[in-house]
Design a protein around this ligand. Structure first.
Ligand code: SF4
Ligand code: SF4
Length: 357
């Protein structure tokens, strides 16, 4: 553990004050500082969830499971996890249905890049207070149970949707963290259960993925299916995806806390990038790989790759298109991958049936 000559309460207070000030300057919210150990009850619930197969193809979650117990697996000697929230705009579902849906969090710059760059700025400001200390910034890039850690600081509570809910921030924010061997603590008054008397996300979840116990069955979640799952959809999965090309926002949009959240501005990085949103589904499908890579430069969407983008777009066309001219466009993409071919055949049959009815 690293301390300096003015260690103790004064140093902790100075660090927390600096973290609040710097967070605000950077468009972040300082979400508290927790200890290195993870709550054992959470670990056993999470282990059960993995054993039940609810993580689907996300095998890395099982590989990382033993590392979640203590932040020292990420940074040797770590004693603190500093949490930061970065809210993103949640505009709703209001752009043309024929363009296919893209999750609100992915409409601007890739949050991993935005968050990590801001955390590095914070480390630069904080490190003079702790000479010799080590710091590591992470945003979805280290095995840290960030929702659980932010719940430990009482920044919010895990809702039935599995998302962390903060009374001020709702649930539409990213979490990032700094792991350090400097001792820093900050917690908030314990919040009330945000889900008391509410089951809106359960009722609105189009995949029936929300179990109600704070965990979701990822295999049924449309965000998982369109982003993490690389295989061939079943008929039922394909239909449940509807007009979505990337992700699903229903559990965010249905949650009353996101209507009440008190966020007045968002970082400019999250300004919507027009092109991908304004293209029709057919235009999205006809993008070459090069065009896809150009359009998604700096965007989280790029991570799924061109073939998965085409698979998802074909699926969305099959679910919502009534235009028979989409069928030759679909067939022009045959032969690129097995999951895409399956979606093209299914979509073509659905459109033909709809156009003929
Ligand atoms: S993202 Fe959509 S499908 Fe997944 S849990 Fe939320 S509402 Fe359900
Ligand atoms: S919609 Fe209701 S039940 Fe679901 S997370 Fe929000 S408050 Fe909780």
């Amino acid at each position: 553990m690293t301390e300096n000559s003015c260690s103790g309460n004064n140093l902790n207070a100075a660090a927390c004050e600096l973290l609040e000030r710097e967070s605000e300057r950077l468009g972040l919210v300082f979400a508290g500082a927790a200890g290195e150990e993870t709550d054992r009850n959470f670990l056993s619930e999470y282990g059960r969830w993995l054993d039940e197969g609810c993580a689907g193809e996300m095998g890395y979650l099982r590989e990382h499971f033993p590392l979640l117990r203590n932040a020292s697996s990420v940074l040797p000697g770590a004693v603190s996890v500093l949490l930061f929230a970065l809210p993103w705009p949640l505009p709703g579902l209001e752009y043309p249905a024929g363009n296919g849906f893209i999750s609100s969090y992915a409409r601007g710059r890739d949050y991993h890049k935005v968050m990590r760059s801001k955390l590095r700025d914070i480390i630069r400001s904080l490190s003079p207070l702790y000479p010799g200390a080590s710091f590591r910034a992470a945003a979805d890039s280290a095995p840290v149970p960030e929702v659980e850690k932010a719940a430990e600081t009482n920044f919010g509570r895990r809702g039935r949707s599995s998302l962390l809910i903060s009374e001020r921030q709702g649930s539409a924010f990213f979490l990032g963290e700094i792991i350090t061997d400097a001792f820093i603590r900050k917690s908030f008054p314990e919040p009330a259960d945000p889900c008391r008397g509410c089951d809106r996300c359960l009722r609105h979840c189009p995949g029936h993925a929300i179990r109600g116990d704070g965990f979701i069955d990822a295999r049924k979640c449309l965000s998982y299916l369109t982003i993490e799952f690389h295989g061939t959809f079943t008929d039922a999965e394909s239909s449940s995806i509807g007009g979505r090309v990337y992700g699903c926002d229903e559990c965010l949009l249905s949650c009353p806390w996101n209507r009440r959240r008190k966020v007045s501005s968002f970082v400019s990085d999250f300004k919507e990038r027009g092109a991908l949103l304004t293209l029709t589904l057919r235009e999205k499908l006809l993008l070459s790989e090069e065009e896809f890579l150009t359009l998604t430069e700096g965007s989280a969407i790029r991570r799924i790759g061109w073939l998965q983008w085409l698979r998802n777009t074909a699926c969305a066309m099959g679910n919502i298109s009534r235009d028979p001219e989409d069928i030759p466009a679909l067939k022009s993409k045959l032969g690129l991958s097995v999951p895409l071919d399956a979606e093209i055949r299914r979509a073509s049959a659905k459109i033909a049936a709809r156009a003929g009815s």
